[in-house]
Write a protein that binds this ligand. Structure first.
Ligand code: FES
Length: 157
């Protein structure tokens, strides 16, 4: 059975996780000005596939092809989304679960719905996962911004 989750080391093989260094990220509110960064190519993804990457400024994030059109999704089927992978409760890494199309935090069992913009739907997390803005350019998928405050990152107002 094929593992459908590409971890950070695997993603490096695709050349998609260059470190974003030396840039102070402003992470509050919609459409924050964060660096544009290539994550992967469309050919690297298929339905249910997740790719870990770091964005912005080294923060854990995950790109997922949900396999169905979703609001704000990009790509040929409008099914590709990305979120911060840091739980909004206390910053643990969340894990994408294809069967339920959600992100689960194993620390205190918060759950976030990948089809509902990363909304917190269960557990102690006080808010949803910040969404990573995506852009398709040819066959490449780029991160272009963050909608929300990434856990553990200071606001640079
Ligand atoms: S850190 Fe994720 S639920 Fe507590």
């Amino acid at each position: 059975m094929q593992d459908k989750h590409l971890n950070r080391r695997d993603a490096l093989r695709f050349g998609g996780t260059a470190a974003v260094g030396g840039v102070a990220a402003a992470l509050t509110g919609p459409a924050q000005a964060t660096p544009r960064m290539r994550i992967a190519s469309l050919a690297d993804l298929s339905a249910g596939f997740a790719i870990d990457f770091d964005y912005p400024d080294g923060a854990a994030a995950v790109l997922v092809d949900l396999g169905e059109a979703t609001e704000g999704g990009v790509g040929p089927n409008g099914s590709i989304v990305a979120y911060s992978a840091l739980c909004q409760h206390m910053g643990c890494l969340v894990e994408y679960r294809e069967a339920t199309k959600d992100f689960f935090c194993g620390c205190h069992a918060s759950r976030f719905d990948a089809r509902l913009g990363g909304q917190a739907v269960e557990g102690p997390a006080p808010r949803g996962l910040p969404r990573i803005a995506l852009e398709i350019d040819g066959d490449d998928i780029f991160a272009t911004g963050v909608d929300g405050l990434v856990y553990g990152f200071a606001c640079h107002a």
